[in-house]
Ligand binder design. Structure first.
Ligand SMILES: NC(=O)c1ccc[n+]([C@@H]2O[C@H](COP(=O)([O-])OP(=O)(O)OC[C@H]3O[C@@H](n4cnc5c(N)ncnc54)[C@H](OP(=O)(O)O)[C@@H]3O)[C@@H](O)[C@H]2O)c1
Length: 372
């Protein structure tokens, strides 16, 4: 008897034929069927062409990566090509197509999306700038992209909004997000509105803020309730919207699985980083005043008054729509160490656990003396 089975290397093309299944044919409204072929992965052809407006942002990089890795052609509109250099290697040669664009140029928007069967709008602004106010980006800009997508027979349009989007919110950002949803739906009634809560990941503005500058989590007596969600889970849902034959009912709410108060998050960060977090709590009216002054005095982005307002607004308590996609969202406590570890001092960077008490520090010292 042979001790080792004989390995036969089949040509890649045969493997591809054997993998063909009914699910490799996707039908989209008003479009010829999308046929997937080739081996799995970035060298395959998914048959889809996707445009991701806002691809240079935090969420954008993960969405582009997932789309390009599945063999889709991805159009990545950019304002500054330095901001999308990292996206070029997400897909096979020619898979990621860069196109310069301006939110106010209808012609450039049309050029970016006219060959696509799905368009994602991830464009967003956390703070207003001299050139762009929230309404121009979240409402007028979103509606413009949706209208041009409709005119060009794009089969699917995905608008990324926010879990707390509401017409009567105290935050102008949340209000603009809500108005944006309405404007998109009036141009593209079948559009899918996706509402994630605050997202965390390596480049986030959530855990990184918690690590650098905890004072902003101390407004509202640290009692603001948040439901943070992992950026990769949101990106996975956006990716799946490309191939889902039946679209889920809109809006798709994507809060994280757990609700935390800011106090609990500060405690988690303190335990994982062993930082003492001694910064003073600034009273909200003082912070608002300082922030308003800073907005006029400095010309680079600073913590805006609206962001202070948002730090005091609880995330809405709606159930997440994860089950419709068969996804179990990640628990923050399971992965937070990966993002907060870098705020530790160098001596504790490798230690895999909370370091808070003197006893834990002694244990840690013993670990180091044994390991090194
Ligand atoms: N991050 C969160 O926690 C969170 C939570 C819920 C919802 N959201 C929403 O999800 C979407 C993506 O979030 P994100 O964190 O990835 O945002 P981000 O990192 O701030 O990226 C924003 C993107 O929008 C583009 N953009 C902004 N203003 C523009 C303008 N005037 N013209 C053209 N492009 C413009 C930026 O392009 P440039 O690189 O050229 O500036 C960038 O690609 C946004 O709509 C955001 O409101 C975010």
């Amino acid at each position: 008897m042979l001790r080792h089975p004989i390995k036969v290397n089949l040509p890649r093309s045969i493997g591809a034929v054997l993998k063909r299944g009914a699910h490799d044919l996707v039908t989209l409204p008003g479009r010829p069927p999308v046929v997937r072929y080739g081996p799995e992965g970035r060298s395959s052809i998914s048959g889809h062409v996707a445009t991701v407006f806002g691809c240079s942002g935090f969420l954008g990089r993960y969405v582009v990566s997932k789309l390009a890795k599945s063999g889709s052609n991805v159009v990545v509109p950019y304002r500054d090509d330095y901001d999308i250099r990292h996206l070029r290697v997400s897909g096979d040669l020619g898979g990621v197509v860069q196109m310069e664009w301006d939110l106010r140029s209808e012609q450039q928007i049309a050029e970016c999306l006219r060959h696509s069967d799905i368009v994602y709008n991830l464009v967003g602004l956390d703070y207003e700038t001299k050139n762009f106010k929230w309404n121009e980006v979240h409402v007028d800009g979103a509606a413009r992209i949706a209208r041009i997508a409709k005119e060009n027979n794009v089969a699917r349009f995905v608008q990324v909004s926010h879990l707390n989007a509401a017409p009567d919110s105290k935050s102008q950002y949340y209000k603009a997000k809500f108005e944006g949803e309405k404007a998109v739906l009036s141009e593209f009634p079948e559009a899918v509105i996706v509402r994630p809560s605050a997202m965390y990941g390596h480049e986030d503005r959530f855990l990184n803020r918690l690590g650098y500058w905890d004072a902003v989590f101390k407004f509202n007596g640290e009692q603001t309730k948040v439901r943070p969600v992992h950026v990769l889970d949101v990106a996975e849902i956006l990716y799946r919207l490309m191939d889902t034959p039946e679209l889920p009912s809109s809006p798709v709410n994507l809060p994280g699985p757990n609700t935390y108060t800011h106090e609990q998050l500060l405690d988690l960060a303190r335990r994982l980083t062993d930082n003492s977090y001694k910064s003073m709590a600034i009273p909200k009216p003082v912070a608002l005043l300082l922030s308003k002054i800073v907005q006029y005095a400095l010309w680079w982005p600073n913590f805006s008054p609206d962001e202070i307002e948002r730090m005091c607004i609880d995330d809405v308590e709606v159930p997440g729509d994860w089950d419709a996609f068969g996804i179990q969202p990640t628990e923050l406590e399971d992965v937070a160490i990966a993002y907060l570890r870098r705020f530790r001092d160098a001596a504790k960077i490798d230690y895999n656990g909370p370091v808070e008490t003197a006893k834990a520090k002694r244990k840690q010292a013993a670990y180091y003396s044994e390991a090194h």
